[in-house]
Structures are given as structure tokens and as C-alpha cells.
Design a protein around this ligand. Structure first.
Ligand code: HEM
Length: 552
């Protein structure tokens, strides 16, 4: 019998001991030290995909090759201390500004940045308790930060998650690791996630998930066509999509009842994000003693890891059985998990941390982006009709979305871009500078936390005229938008070598899902206007109740 690709991958995993390590640690899944195994650092350096990954990454990096990175060195450059900004108190900085009656709010940080920028200008600095940050609201100036990125771009870690993982002896994972450790994880994961062909191959399962979700929405509607609890339903869709990618099989989120394991995972993940937000910006007192809030966060984080580990162990057991029975499929399209487990350089802990990172990073983001897109479409019937017309002319009556025709859905793509402009779910993007540089006429020393004020720039009338209007047209090629402004819209995904690794996956699944929804339903909204708040990412401030009126 010819050796299948899956079989070969598994053999390689077996040889490296990854599979047996996963299984052998399962009995003590709560004992983090049991999952500590030897690292093979040499493998990352010799990764066969490295050059391909770099090529892909460079191709999608805005501004990267445009101009020289070197900072001005004339004596006009002002000092770091001269950067304007709100005056705070010693030690706590401006912390109390966020607790005053009618003051700024942590769950509206995007508005705080916008207000500060209007008051202090395109560059300002602020110290909120332990967080020191420089905020830039000029695309040209932030491009200097982008272009100066080194081999190991550094983003401030999500402190509560990093602290939790350290306490549990778990790896920090792709999202929070830095330096060589991050590079190793990125080098293993990027080839599978950023290669356009691999992502386009995924159109088939994404269509299946999309069709099932449309059916699910149809059955979830009330008699007046409204869907109550849309947030949860979209969360299920997002989980089903990333689950299918990770495990190469359906999780079953749309069945009634939802399988207990998937339901628990979704419930705990939502709570995890709910408690994460207030922990992110406040004084990290949880480092001194386990506050009530911290205990809740910890409880849900434990459950997310426990359930994530169960998903993975189930998959590993299935793969082993398949291998024993010789029934491995002869295909290039192995699941992401199979692929990861076959990488000799990953420890069990790293494979688990990466899988959990992907499950968590993929759900809250795409489900909220979909909520905002559907809300914008419901509030803008003309845009909705134009999108419907495009889907009819490109796809005809109900035909599948394929790697060939998806590129022609230009208006659908513009709808998503415009949604992100109005509601940038990731409302700021950042780096810790790794060298001294000049930005906005000021000296910025190495190791400074610098952020791009995306929300402020997207809502700046000078950059985007009529910015309160939802106008997907502004992103269409014929409207010849300034190249740098166009690139600004990419910053919703971050930038450079550390840009969102799920970008291609996320864009494609959202384009497919939006298309299918508009093909099948007319969307309407008949309640109070929605405002934005933060639940780690930007989210509607109240349940979004939309009408899904069947088109036929
Ligand atoms: C609407 C959808 C999404 C948005 C707006 C988004 C946005 C972002 C942003 C802004 C970053 C930081 C990038 C940087 O610092 O340059 C990021 C990182 C990341 N995202 Fe996404 N994301 C989305 C969906 C996804 C999905 C679907 C996945 C997984 C399949 C994912 C996985 C990750 C991971 C693992 C990182 C950390 C990458 C690293 O540090 O190397 N994201 N994302």
C-alpha cells in the first residue's frame, strides 16, 4: 500500500514522540509540569517553509518597501519628554480619569484615544497605572514604526492571559510569546495558514458550514423573522469554522442540542473574554492576591484549556486508530492539528497552547465582525441591495463560492472593509519599538510601547470625508482611494511579520458567510441605534436583534 501523506505525517509525529507525549500527558492534563518536554530548537531554524512564509508575509505587509526606515537625525527633533499628553499623578498616572463621573471609561478606550488625540494632537503619551503608551494618529508617522520592525516584532502581551499561563506552567503561545520562542511557533504555523492556495482550498468546507448556518438561522427565527441571541449563534458559526479547520471535521454546533463539549467550550470562552476586559486595563492587583474577578477569569480559563485539551486528545486518538487500521486518507489536505502534531519542533504544551490560541483568537473576532457587518447592512438597505445584485451577477442562483469566483465579489469585500472602518473591532494596533527612532518630530527610544489610534483615524473627517456614513463604495478601485489610506484599512489585521495569522482564513470565511446571508435574507433592524463597547474586542453594547426576512 502506498504510504499516504497523512500516514507519513503521523509517522513523523510518532518518531518524534509528539503523539505519544500528547496521549501520555492526558491523564494528568491539569498537571502542567507533566507536559514539559524537550525543545528541538534546530528544527525551527531549518524549517523548509521559512522562505515561503517570508515571501507571503512580505507580500501582504503594507508600506514595507516604500521608503527608507532611518530616522531624521537633525537637531530639530524634540525629546521624548516633550511629547504632549495628559498630566497624571505620580505612580498611578491618569488612572483616576477613568473612574470620574462622566469621565473616560476602560470599556470605551477607543473613544478615550480619540478624545486625547483631538486634545493633544497626532502624537501624545499617557501613563495609566502601569501602562505607558505613545499614541499616534497619523498614518504616515505610524508607517515609520511599521517599517522599523525587526525579525522578532514585539507586541505588548495580554497581561492577564500571560500571567495565567505562567501560573499554570503553560507555554505563552503564539499570541503572547516573544523573540525566538514566538518565531519558532510562527514559523511552524504560518505556512499552513497564510498560503493562499491552502486557504482557497478551504472554500469547500466553508461553503458547507455557511449553508448549514443559513439553515440554522432559518430554524432559529421567531414568527416575526427576528433572531434573538444572534451573538451566540454567530459565536457557534465562528467556532464551527475554526473547529473544521483545526480538526478537519465538523464540531456539530448547529445541531439541536449543541454537543455538550462544544456548548461548554463556547460558554466558557465567552465568559473568559468577559472577565478579561476589566483585567486588561486596571492595576494588576491579581498579581498580589487572587481577586474575585481574577478567580472568575481563572475558572473560565481553566475550563477553556481543559476542554481544548479534550478536543485535541480526541483527535489524536482518532488519528492513531486510523493509522493502526491503515485508513489514513491519501490527501494533502490534512487538518491543521495533524500538521502541527507532525512538526518535530513542537512540544505537547506548545501544540496545545497554539491550538487554544487559534480557537480563542478566531471566535470572538470573526463573530463580532459579522455582527457589525450585518448591523451595517440592515441599517443601509441600498448597500445591502447592491451587494445582493453583485452576488446574483457573479454567482447566479445559489451556485457555490469557489476560489475562482470569490475574487470577483468586490462589493462584498468593500462592505467588510467599510464595516471595519466604522467599527474597528481591533481598534488600535501596536508595537514595542526595538530601536531608537523619530516619529512626529519626537525621539522615541527603543522599548517604547507605541500604538496606532485606528478608531481615531477611521473616524477622522479629514482622512475619510462623510465618515459617519456607511459607504462601501469608497473602497472600490474606481474611486481611486489614496494608497496610504487604503493600506490603513489593512491595519485592522496588524502588520508585518506579526500580522494576524488568521487574516486570510477570517476574510474568506466572512466573505462567504456574508454572501450567503444576503443571498438568502433581507436584513432589517427596528430597535434603538447600537453603540460600541469593549469586550476585549469592540462589540455592540446590547443584544443585536435583526430581522432575517427570507428572499424567496
Ligand atoms: C475579524 C477577524 C480578526 C481580526 C480583525 C484580527 C486581528 C488581529 C490583530 C490586529 C492581531 C495583532 C497583529 C499584530 O500585532 O500585528 C492579530 C493577531 C493574531 N490573530 Fe487575528 N484577527 C482576526 C481573526 C483571527 C482568526 C480567525 C484567527 C485564527 C484562525 C486569528 C489568529 C490570530 C493569532 C494567532 C494572532 C497572533 C499572531 C502573532 O502574534 O504572531 N485571528 N489578529
Amino acid at each position: 500500500m502506498a504510504t499516504s501523506r497523512t500516514g507519513m505525517l503521523l509517522k513523523s509525529a510518532k518518531k518524534s514522540g509528539v503523539l505519544s507525549r500528547v496521549v501520555s500527558t492526558s491523564a494528568s492534563s491539569h498537571n502542567a509540569s507533566a507536559s514539559t518536554v524537550i525543545l528541538d530548537r534546530s528544527a525551527a531554524k531549518t524549517c523548509p517553509f521559512r522562505s515561503r512564509f517570508q515571501a507571503v508575509d512580505e507580500a501582504i505587509s503594507p508600506w514595507r518597501h516604500e521608503t527608507d526606515v532611518s530616522a531624521k537625525t537633525n537637531s530639530d527633533i524634540k525629546t521624548f519628554e516633550e511629547i504632549p499628553g495628559p498630566k497624571g499623578l505620580p505612580v498611578v498616572g491618569t488612572l483616576f480619569d477613568y473612574f470620574k463621573k462622566d469621565g473616560l471609561r476602560f470599556n470605551k478606550m477607543f473613544e478615550a484615544y480619540q478624545k486625547r488625540a483631538i486634545e493633544h494632537g497626532p502624537i501624545y503619551k499617557e501613563k495609566i497605572a502601569t501602562i505607558n503608551t505613545v499614541v499616534i494618529s497619523d498614518p504616515e508617522e505610524y508607517s515609520k514604526v511599521i517599517r522599523s520592525e525587526g525579525k522578532y516584532p514585539q507586541r505588548r502581551e495580554m497581561e492577564p492571559i500571560a500571567y495565567y499561563r505562567q501560573q499554570r506552567g503553560l507555554g505563552l503561545g503564539l499570541v503572547n510569546d516573544q523573540g525566538e520562542e514566538w518565531y519558532k511557533l510562527r514559523t511552524v504555523t504560518a505556512p499552513k495558514m497564510l498560503k493562499m492556495k491552502d486557504v482557497l482550498d478551504f472554500c469547500v468546507p466553508m461553503n458547507e458550514v455557511g449553508d448549514d448556518f443559513v439553515t440554522h438561522l432559518t430554524t432559529t427565527r421567531q414568527a416575526n423573522d427576528e433572531i434573538v441571541g444572534l451573538e451566540k449563534e454567530l459565536f457557534k458559526w465562528a467556532f464551527e469554522s475554526i473547529g473544521t479547520f483545526l480538526f478537519e471535521e465538523r464540531v456539530g454546533c448547529f445541531s439541536n442540542p449543541t454537543p455538550a463539549q462544544a456548548k461548554d467550550f463556547i460558554d466558557h470562552l465567552q465568559e473568559f473574554f468577559r472577565y478579561l476586559q476589566p483585567l486588561m486595563y486596571n492595576v494588576p492587583t491579581y498579581r498580589l492576591y487572587r481577586t474575585k474577578l481574577w478567580k472568575k477569569f481563572e475558572y473560565h480559563a481553566d475550563k477553556v484549556f481543559e476542554l481544548g485539551r479534550e478536543f485535541i486528545e480526541k483527535k489524536v486518538a482518532e488519528l492513531e486508530t486510523e493509522q493502526l487500521n491503515g485508513t489514513c486518507t491519501d490527501s494533502d489536505k490534512v487538518s491543521f492539528l495533524t500538521y502541527m502534531l507532525s512538526q518535530n519542533s513542537l512540544t505537547t504544551d506548545e501544540a496545545l497552547s497554539t491550538a487554544v490560541d487559534l480557537l480563542t483568537a478566531a471566535t470572538e473576532t470573526t463573530s463580532n465582525a459579522m455582527l457589525w457587518s450585518l448591523y451595517c447592512l440592515a441599517e443601509n438597505p441600498e448597500a445591502q441591495e447592491r451587494m445582493f445584485e453583485e452576488t446574483k451577477s457573479v454567482l447566479g442562483e445559489g451556485s457555490e463560492i469557489t476560489p475562482q469566483n470569490i475574487t470577483k465579489l468586490t462589493y462584498v469585500k468593500a462592505v467588510l472593509k467599510e464595516t471595519f472602518r466604522k467599527y474597528p473591532i481591533t481598534w488600535a494596533t501596536s508595537r514595542i519599538t526595538h530601536e531608537d527612532m523619530e516619529v512626529s518630530g519626537h525621539h522615541i527610544p527603543a522599548n517604547t510601547h507605541v500604538q496606532a489610534n485606528l478608531f481615531g483615524m477611521f473616524r477622522d473627517e479629514k482622512l475619510f470625508p462623510d465618515n459617519d456614513k456607511f459607504q462601501p463604495e469608497r473602497w472600490l478601485r474606481e474611486n481611486k482611494m489614496d494608497t496610504q489610506l487604503k493600506s490603513l484599512s489593512n491595519l485592522i489585521w496588524g502588520h508585518g511579520a506579526r500580522m494576524c495569522i488568521g487574516r486570510r482564513f477570517a476574510e474568506q470565511e466572512m466573505h462567504i458567510m456574508l454572501t450567503k446571508i444576503v443571498q438568502n435574507f433581507k436584513l432589517e433592524y427596528h430597535h434603538e441605534p447600537i453603540e460600541a463597547t469593549l469586550n476585549t474586542v469592540m462589540t455592540p453594547d446590547r443584544p443585536l436583534v435583526l430581522k432575517f426576512i427570507p428572499r424567496v
